[in-house]
Every structure is written in structure tokens, then in C-alpha cells.
Design a protein. Structure first.
Length: 694
């Protein structure tokens, strides 16, 4: 449900930047001969020429739409060029499009022209690339792609594969104080071609403009110049004018360096910026001054609003007779709350007035990874494993394995390249029952903690499917078919900074580059052999005695086989250090009297199921109980899940640590307190593991 956030007091400049017909542009860059031609990208499928997923603006003029099949598109536009999405593992391979937004490209111009911003790490500086790539500045200069160019002027939130939000308030304030638009020698043509809602239209109406006339467009540009340079404008509009000039520069930079065009909306909040970015496409930008918000929303269709495309929007239409956002103004906040609850009611009241306090989150990387496949009509999957005489590809296990393999590769790549760890694995599916009963019932989505390694992901995904299917069928003995499966990895957290040197401290010599590999290796194995763990502990640690106690205790209790996350490692380490350094408690007490720390039951929280370490065991342990499954048996040997409340850590323990790691431990504690996620541990002994002796 949406949450209403009050607008901040200060004036803001927020932009929403959206690539134009993105997949088509990616394909046209690969095949430049397609530029300017009506083109569409078609999803892999032999039926009626495949489904269109992206359509060029040239093709749109003929009436080609995304909802069409290839054959249909050819009927309305015989010259259309249809490009197939690349295929891998029997399904669409979207990597080429995913990478296109954040790729590195070689410079087409001097990167020295780029301003550096910082030290805010949410804004990108070229220095960061240098570090990330491990390159020296002079050795191999690379320029960032779309996202990275856009992120140079302010906080940047990657919202989807081809769109971002930017908070340009600081950059606009700086420009306004140093070089306001009226003092600029020249304003870029791209900025002069902006559409200013409630202002540009006046000119068009007054001059009966036909957009093709050169004179008209000169006149229009002059009109926009006057708006950008108004001395009597209020502070918010002056900031928007600066923001528009900055966005135009960024869009030109994107085009120059990547050959992609994009469109943008510029306003004082995210909601309005997003509405505006789609108003004049392709390759244009639209400004929404506060004075034109009411008019914009008065005619804006309710179902086109983000979060109102589904049930809530339908209810507003059917139950309250609302068809545009402006229609909501007829209702008091209390009335809306009466219908939709306090939070949603207030949110609706706010959006009717264009109020939206959502902040631009600093996030350049995707929030989750997912991959899926549909099996329409006769392609529906009807068995879990392959059966005699059935085509191999018609069973769930085959496709789950394919999808899990791809997901595993992607999260592995994310870990190695971006040092991020995914924590939750989720399976979604669509299904039908052969007897046609309960057709409204949906296949329930299921989640569990994510364990790294393709085989583990496949194993867990299969269990999630089994749980979901059992619940879906409600113990009915009927045939079924699956028409789509999707698998995703979410709750992706950055590996805390400072980890590498803490490891270095313990291990003696563990360079940062080997750390993520360690993590990967750990997750690829269920348990270490006793000999290896012992040897590594004895050999490597400064705290060897205590560490081996920890290590052997963990082994003794059969620590779980889930992925060891950095979060859980930090949790273990904090506790370990506290015990070792204070010497107040017996370390045995920590493990024995561990009720407050150790919960070995499987967790079932709404749709979340956390399977145990051993597949068949955990399945046996699960009893179906109406809405979900619960563990009926606790098997501490197999599925211990360690929990720890970071607030309980005595902060003074940090003062007793060696000075060189105090700061890093403090940051860890700080970030753990703010992470607000379920803590789970794993085999700590793997961390006291084979020392790499030089
Ligand atoms: N996409 C997809 N399936 C969909 C919608 C979109 O695979 N149902 C892909 C293809 C699009 C890309 O995502 O190129 C971005 O989607 P947009 O909705 O932003 O649409 P486009 O960028 O294609 O066009 P526009 O210029 O209208 O934004």
C-alpha cells in the first residue's frame, strides 16, 4: 500500500529520465542500418511472429503497438523491421539490454570536461570508477554509460532497466547562486526546446504553431528562454529553470557518449517528474512548475498513475466514480480514509494535490534480480519431472533449473563486481487446474533465504515450487498446468565496507579481492571437513585458541548450510570479540544457553517459508496448516539459525579492540543497526579458514 510522505519544506528539483523505446535503441545501435526505420523488438516465440516488447517511434506512427504480435505489426506496417530478442537457455536473454544502461564505453570526448562531485558516495565521481575498475587514471580511461553520466550531478536512483530519478537540488542551488540562467552567455538549444507546462502551450495557442516551421520553433525557443530567465519567478521556479538546463546537458552527454536518446520530466517531486517525462517523447523534456500542477492533474487518467493501475484504481473508478486524478479533489481526506484506510486515504488526498514527499534513494544498481518464462496455451507445463514419452521441455524441473542457473550467474556476477549479497529467493508462478475449479485461486508466491551456488538455488526453488503447488491444489487430487514461472533474488545488501581489512587483521594477509571469492567459495560448500577447519584455525588466527573453540562448537552444533552473509559474519564476529575480549562470559555459555541467540525452527511468515538445510528432511517436517506450513520438528543438528540483536552489543567493547580495526567495527555496528533485516548466521569456521600463506 502506498504511504503518504509530507513534502520537505525546502524547494527541490527532481528529474525523472526515461530512455526512449529502449530495447529498439539498443538493437539499432548494434545494427545502425536500422536507425530511422520502423523497428520493433520481438520476444522469442514462434506463435504469430512473437510478441512485440518495444516499438520505435517511426513504427508507432503507423499504429504499431506493444500489445501486437509480429504478424499483426506487419499488417499495419509492411516495412517494419522485426528484431528478435537474443535467446539463451531456450528463453529471452535480456542481458544485452540490462548491460546497456550501465555499461562502460570508451570515450568519444574528453572526460576531463566532466565536473567532479562528491564526497557523497551516492553521486558518482570518475575517481570511483578508477577504484572500482582497479585501473589507473592514465592507463585505461573509460567513460561511464547512461546511469553513470546521469549520476554525476546529483543523487541518482535507478528505478528500472531504463529509467532513473535524480535529485538535482544541490546542483541547481549552486548554479542559481553562481551562474543563474539570465547570466549565461548562451543557453543550450536542448534546454530551450523544453516544454514548460502551462506556459509553452500559451505560445502555441497564441501563434497557432505548426511544429514543422523553423520560425515557429525559433519563436518557441525564445519564449522558453524568457521563462528560464524570469527575474520575477519564485525560488522554486528559478531552481526548476536551473534543473532544466542541467538535465538538458546530461541528456546531450548521454547521447554523445552512448548514442541513446532519452526524455525527462523536471518538477519538485518524484511523482510529478515521472508524470511529465512521458508527456513529450522521444528526446524531449517537460518542466512542471507548481502553478500548473492543478491543471495537469485535472485531466490525468487515474489508471495511469503509478500504483493506481490495479485494484485500487479500479475501485476508485467503480466505487467513487473517479476517472482523473483531479476528480479526487471532490473528496475530503476523511472520506477517502473511510473507504481505503488511514494511510491510503491520506496518500490519495495528497496525490490529488500533487503532494509527494518520497525521496530519491541513492541506488545505482538494481534492487533485485529476476528471470522468468511464460508457457502460453499448449506449452503449459504439466509435470514436475520428466515422464516417459513427454518432451523434456514440458516439465517444471527442467525450466526451474534453467532459470535458477541464470539467476545464480547474475547474483554471482553482482557479488564479484559490485560486492553485493542477495538474501531472499522468491518463486512466483501462474497455474490452472485441469478440472477448472477454483479458477480465481492464485499460485502462492514463496520465499526462503537465498543460498549461493546453482545447485542450492535449484534445490530450494524446487522446494518452493512444491510448497506452492501443494497449497494451490489444497490437497485436491487434480491435474494442473503451469503457464509461467519466475524466480527472483531480492533484499540485496552491500558487503559492509572495512570487511576486507578486518579479515586481513585476522587472517594476516587477505587482500580485498580474495574476500568476495572466499564468500563465494563458502557458499558453494555445505560444510568444511573437520581437518581443514582445524588446520586453518590453528594456522591463521591471532586469537587461535578462542577461535578454534568457536569453530569446533559451531561444528559440534552442526551449523546450518545456508550462505554465510557478511551481515551474519559481522554478527558472529561482534559477539565473538565481545566474549573473547571481555572474558566475562564463558564462550560455552554463549552456545549452550543460546535461546536468545539461536532459533532453529523454520520460519513461516505469511508467504515466507524458510526451508531447512536438508531438503528431504525439511519437507518431511512441514505440515500443511491452512495458510502455510509450519515446522513440526526442530532439528538443531541440521538447521540452526542464529539470531542476534545488535542493540545488545556493548559499544564499549570496541574501545578494547586493536586501534586499527576499531573504526571499522563501529561502522559495522552502525550499519547493522540500520539494516533492519532478519539476522541469520552460518558456518563461522569457514571464515577462520585456509590461510593463504604468501
Ligand atoms: N519491456 C518489456 N516488456 C514490457 C514492457 C517493456 O520487455 N511489457 C522492455 C522493452 C522496453 C523496455 O522494457 O524497451 C523499457 O520499457 P518502457 O515501458 O520504458 O518502454 P520503451 O522504452 O520501449 O518506450 P518509451 O519510449 O515509450 O518509454
Amino acid at each position: 500500500m502506498p504511504i503518504a510522505r509530507p513534502e520537505p519544506q525546502n524547494a527541490r528539483v527532481i528529474a525523472h529520465v526515461d530512455m526512449d523505446c529502449f530495447y529498439v535503441q539498443v538493437e539499432q545501435r548494434k545494427q545502425p542500418e536500422l536507425r530511422g526505420l520502423p523497428t520493433a523488438v520481438v520476444q522469442y516465440n514462434s506463435w504469430k511472429g512473437g510478441g512485440l516488447i518495444a516499438v520505435s517511434y517511426e513504427a508507432r506512427k503507423y499504429g504499431v503497438k506493444r500489445s501486437m504480435r509480429g504478424d499483426e505489426a506487419k499488417n499495419v506496417c509492411p516495412t517494419i523491421q522485426l528484431v528478435q530478442v537474443p535467446v539463451s537457455r531456450g528463453k529471452a536473454d535480456l542481458n544485452v539490454y540490462r548491460d546497456a544502461g550501465s555499461e562502460r564505453v570508451f570515450p568519444l570526448s574528453s572526460y576531463l570536461d566532466f565536473p567532479r562531485v562528491g564526497p557523497d558516495n551516492l553521486q558518482v565521481t570518475y575517481l570511483h570508477f578508477q577504484i572500482e575498475e582497479g585501473l589507473t587514471w592514465a592507463a585505461k580511461p573509460t567513460l561511464p554509460g547512461v546511469i553513470f553520466i546521469l549520476a554525476t550531478k546529483g543523487r541518482c536512483e535507478r528505478a528500472s532497466i531504463d529509467e532513473v530519478y535524480l535529485d538535482l537540488t544541490d546542483a541547481a542551488e549552486q548554479m542559481l547562486s553562481e551562474t543563474p540562467p539570465e547570466k549565461l552567455e548562451a543557453i543550450d538549444e536542448e534546454a530551450l526546446r523544453s516544454h514548460v507546462l502551462g506556459f509553452s502551450e500559451d505560445f502555441e495557442v497564441a501563434n497557432c504553431c505548426s511544429s514543422s516551421s523553423v520560425e515557429d520553433s525559433r519563436g518557441q525557443e525564445e519564449h522558453v528562454r524568457q521563462w528560464l530567465c524570469r527575474s520575477d519567478a519564485d525560488h522554486q521556479d528559478k531552481l526548476l529553470a536551473c534543473g532544466a538546463i542541467i538535465v538538458a546537458q546530461l541528456r546531450m552527454e548521454v547521447l554523445k557518449e552512448t548514442m541513446f536518446t532519452c526524455s525527462a520530466g523536471i518538477s519538485h517531486n518524484k511523482m510529478l517528474a515521472k508524470l511529465a517525462s512521458g508527456m513529450h517523447k522521444p528526446a524531449q523534456q517537460t518542466i512542471v512548475p507548481s502553478s500548473s500542477v492543478k491543471e495537469l492533474l485535472a485531466s490525468f487518467p487515474i489508471k495511469k498513475m503509478k500504483q493506481l493501475g490495479g485494484k485500487l484504481g479500479t475501485s476508485l473508478q467503480c466505487d467513487l466514480g473517479v476517472s482523473t486524478v483531479g476528480d479526487l479533489l471532490r473528496f475530503t481526506e476523511e472520506k477517502l480514509q473511510e473507504h481505503y484506510g488511514i494511510r491510503t486515504g491520506t496518500w490519495l488526498w495528497n496525490i490529488a494535490r500533487g503532494i509527494n514527499g518520497d525521496e530519491v534513494q541513492g541506488r545505482l544498481l538494481p534492487k533485485s534480480h529476476g528471470c522468468g518464462k511464460t508457457f502460453p496455451g499448449p506449452q503449459a507445463l504439466r509435470t514436475i519431472t520428466s515422464v516417459r514419452f513427454a518432451t523434456l521441455n514440458f516439465n517444471v524441473e527442467h525450466w526451474l533449473n534453467e532459470l535458477c542457473e541464470e539467476l545464480s550467474e547474475r547474483i554471482q556476477h553482482d557479488l564479484e563486481k559490485n560486492r553485493r549479497v542477495a538474501h531472499t529467493l522468491t518463486l512466483h508462478a501462474r497455474a490452472f487446474k485441469v478440472d477448472g475449479l477454483h479458477t480465481n485461486k492464485k499460485f502462492p508466491s514463496k520465499s526462503c533465504p537465498l543460498r549461493y551456488g546453482t545447485a542450492k538455488i535449484q534445490e530450494d526453488a524446487r522446494k518452493l515450487f512444491d510448497f506452492g503447488l501443494r497449497e494451490y491444489l489444497s490437497l485436491q487430487n487434480t491435474g494442473w498446468g503451469v503457464t509461467s514461472i519466475a524466480i527472483s533474488a531480492s533484499k540485496i545488501l552491500a558487503v559492509p565496507s572495512g570487511t576486507s581489512s578486518i579479515l586481513k587483521f585476522f587472517n594476516g594477509s587477505c587482500p580485498s579481492s580474495t574476500f568476495s571469492k572466499e564468500l563465494t567459495d563458502v557458499s558453494a560448500e555445505d560444510h568444511l571437513s573437520k581437518e581443514t577447519a582445524d588446520a586453518s584455525v590453528e594456522d591463521s588466527l591471532s586469537f587461535s585458541t578462542s577461535a578454534s573453540v568457536v569453530s569446533s562448537l559451531v561444528r559440534e552444533h552442526g551449523a546450518n548450510s545456508g550462505i554465510l552473509t557478511l551481515e551474519s559474519f559481522s554478527m558472529w564476529m561482534q559477539e565473538f570479540l565481545q566474549l573473547v575480549l571481555h572474558g566475562k562470559h564463558s564462550i560455552m555459555d554463549f552456545f549452550r544457553g543460546s535461546n536468545s541467540f539461536c532459533s532453529s525452527s523454520q520460519v513461516c511468515d505469511g508467504n515466507e517459508i524458510y526451508p531447512g538445510a536438508n531438503g528431504t528432511e525439511s519437507e518431511k517436517q512441514l505440515n500443511y496448516k491452512g495458510d502455510g506450513y509450519q515446522s513440526s520438528h526442530i532439528d538443531i543438528q541440521q538447521s540452526a539459525t542464529w539470531r542476534f540483536n545488535v542493540d545488545d552489543v556493548d559499544a564499549s567493547v570496541v574501545d578494547e579492540l586493536p586501534p586499527e580495526i576499531q573504526q571499522e567495527i563501529r561502522e559495522w555496528l552502525h550499519s547493522s543497526k540500520h539494516a533492519n533485516t532478519v539476522k541469520r548466521g552460518s558456518t563461522i569456521d569457514r571464515y577462520f579458514s585456509p590461510v593463504k600463506r604468501s
